[in-house]
Structure formats: C-alpha cells, structure tokens
Design a protein around this ligand. Structure first.
Ligand code: PMP
Length: 359
C-alpha cells in the first residue's frame, strides 16, 4: 500500500525560482589548466601561509567578530579610518550584506549586464528587483542608460570596474559624471575585485571619489591578486554609518581568524603581490597582441582575464576545443568566453587553441 508522501515545508518564492550560482569548472587530472575562475595561479604568498599556520593553533576559539586588526591594517593601507571599513566572507559576502542591509522588498538594484553572475542572485534573494542595463558596444558600462534608468525605487547601483567578464574599466571622469547625476540617497558600489590588475589611470580613483561622494561604497577582495580565494575575505569602504550597518548585517564570526591573519600578512607583503600582478599584466599584453595578430577583435582587458565575444556556433566550437584539451575556461551562453590569464605555459595552450578558431 502506497502512502501519500507528507508535504514538505516549501521554500519562499524568491528562493524557489532562484538560479544557482554556477562556479567556474575545475576539472581533474594533472594536465588541467584551471582558467575558469580568475584565481591567482601562484602559490599563496609565503607570509600568508606562515600567518595561517600561526593562527591554526587557536582554531578552537572563535575569531575576532569585529576584525579589529584587519580593519585597522586596511584603514592604514587605504588612508581611511577603521570605522569606514567592513569585512566579510569574500566580497560576495560583503555585497550580500550591502544588499540585504539596504534593500526593502521591491527596491531596485541596478547593474550592467553582462557582469558578475552573483549580482542578480543576491538581489533576488533579498526580495529586491534586479535592473540589468546592457553593456555598450565596447563591452563597457552604458552610464547614460544607467543614469536614465534610476527611479525612486533605485536603492543600490553596482559598477564593476574592470568589468567581469569583459575586462573593460570605467574611466574616472565617467564615474564622476555619473555620481553627479545620481541622487545621493542611492548607494553606488564600485566593485573593484580586479583593481590590482588594472593599469594606473585606466579606472576610477575610487578613494578620491568616495571622499567627495559619501554615497560611494568601494568593494574589494583578497581572492584575486592577493591569492586568498580559498580563505574567503573581502571588504567594503563606506561612510561610517553604512559600514557600521554592514557590520551589523554580518553573520557572527563569518570571517575566520585564519583568513583575517592571512589578509593582514598579505597586505604586509604588498610588494611581492605587485611583482606577481606585473607578471600577469605582461602576459595579458602578450596574449592580447598575439590574439590580435591571429585576427581576434578584443576589447583591452584590465582584469586578469580575457574576454572573447562569441555567438552560439563559435562558442560551441570553442567550448569543445577547450574541453578536449583540458583547458577549463568560462563560457557564457550566447555571449562569449572568459579566460583567466595565468602562467606562460597555460597561456600558450590558450593561444594555440584560439589560433585554430580565429576568423
Ligand atoms: N566581484 C566580482 C566582479 C567578481 O568577479 C568576484 C569573483 N568572481 C567577486 C566580486 C567575489 O569574489 P570574492 O567573494 O571571492 O571576494
């Protein structure tokens, strides 16, 4: 005799219809090139490993929930005060704190599209409304269209510079003109996850803009150039009242002591990080030049990745070729493929694969 299954609790509507965040593929095996997640291909900085080893002996204890040492070190690094800094479990964690901290149901969060895949997910999860503004023809933010789309429900605007996945930055002047046109009660988040990889002057001087426009919030991470993606630590710089609110929306103890100590040690090892970043930039230029010579038309990227626009057919061919070669890259259905710039050997594999498909 079959019994009717008892009804289970239901997810709330926003969650039931939520698309999952699909991480970049890892692949398995010795010969895999992991170029799908814009991670650093370098081993962690020795100072960060030492800090983690040192902190591990106290992992029976909760971490400092207020992250005082890290916030003080960041404040010194950035020229702000610790009460303008909030840290969280990755910058995506901080962004969730921002959106849930500011948005009531039905409030609008605007961002360019395509951009970071987690944006619409976090917005929907908060019960807010994602407003996607298509990128312009040069794969950059269409700030005029964004300004024109502001309504009295707009609560947060996300500017991603350099933009993931296209690599295109927004110039300082354009961000400043945008800030002048946006009401001061809208929080403008400048997501600078890849800022360390950008050439000086290519993007906004976000700290200068923050000082002049207190509705600016700067979002950064230790996951990319600092190479701590696995430890989960990111931060925001915002007006003290906002930063304090973000700290209140955080889950208690969400940034581990290991992550806090490693982040402090990484800031202290800034020169080593910069040398690594310089090598990636050099590889980025080398790849861009070779791809151009092969016939690819690319927008210059300021991130640690390259963006190849590709319609359905080309994308399918590229995915097949990269998969067969064990080179993990990130495909965006209907739009293109994003390839992390890594060590020269992996990069050469990419160049050889793309040569076969150039126009
Ligand atoms: N912002 C952008 C633009 C990103 O690309 C990413 C990671 N892919 C993040 C934020 C989040 O990174 P994390 O949570 O590791 O700091």
């Amino acid at each position: 005799q079959l019994l009717a299954a008892p009804a289970l609790p239901t997810l709330r509507g926003a969650v039931a219809s939520l698309p999952s965040y699909v991480p970049g593929r890892r692949g398995t095996g010795a010969d895999i090139a992991a170029l799908a997640s814009n991670e650093s291909h370098y081993d962690p900085l020795p100072a960060a490993i030492a800090a983690v080893a040192d902190a591990a002996g106290a992992m029976n204890r909760y971490p400092d929930s207020a992250a005082v040492e890290l916030r003080e070190r960041l404040a010194r690094h950035l020229g702000v005060t610790p009460n303008e800094v909030a840290v969280g479990p990755g910058s995506v964690g901080v962004l969730q704190q921002i959106i849930t901290g500011l948005c009531d149901a039905g409030d609008e969060v605007m961002f360019a599209w395509r951009s970071f895949e987690a944006y619409p997910i976090l917005v929907e999860l908060a019960g807010a409304r994602p407003v996607r503004i298509p990128l312009d023809d040069a794969e950059g933010h269409d700030l005029d269209a964004m300004a024109a789309a502001v309504t009295d429900r707009t609560k947060v605007i996300l500017l991603c510079t350099p933009n993931n996945p296209t690599g295109v930055p927004i110039s300082h002047e354009r961000v400043e003109a945008f800030l002048r046109s946006v009401p001061s009660n809208v929080l403008v988040v400048i997501d600078e996850a890849y800022v360390e990889y950008a050439e000086a002057g290519s993007g906004p001087d976000s700290l200068a803009l923050y000082r002049r426009y207190p509705n600016v919030c700067i979002l950064r991470t230790f996951s990319k150039a600092y190479g701590l993606a696995g430890l989960r630590v990111g931060y925001a710089v915002a007006a003290p009242a906002i930063a304090e609110g973000l700290r209140r929306t955080a889950l208690p103890f969400s940034v581990s002591a290991l992550a806090q100590k490693a982040a402090v040690a990484s800031l202290d090892a800034g020169e080593e990080m910069e040398a690594r970043v310089a090598a990636v930039r050099q590889e980025r230029s080398r790849m861009a030049a070779q791809l151009e010579a092969q016939g690819w038309k690319l927008q210059p990227s300021q991130g640690n990745f390259l963006w190849i626009r590709a319609g359905e057919d080309l994308l399918a061919r590229l995915v097949e070729a990269f998969d067969a070669a064990g080179v993990m890259v990130r495909a965006y259905q209907g739009d293109g493929v994003r390839i992390t710039v890594a060590d020269p050997i992996s990069n050469d594999r990419v160049l050889r694969l793309l040569e076969a498909h150039a126009a």
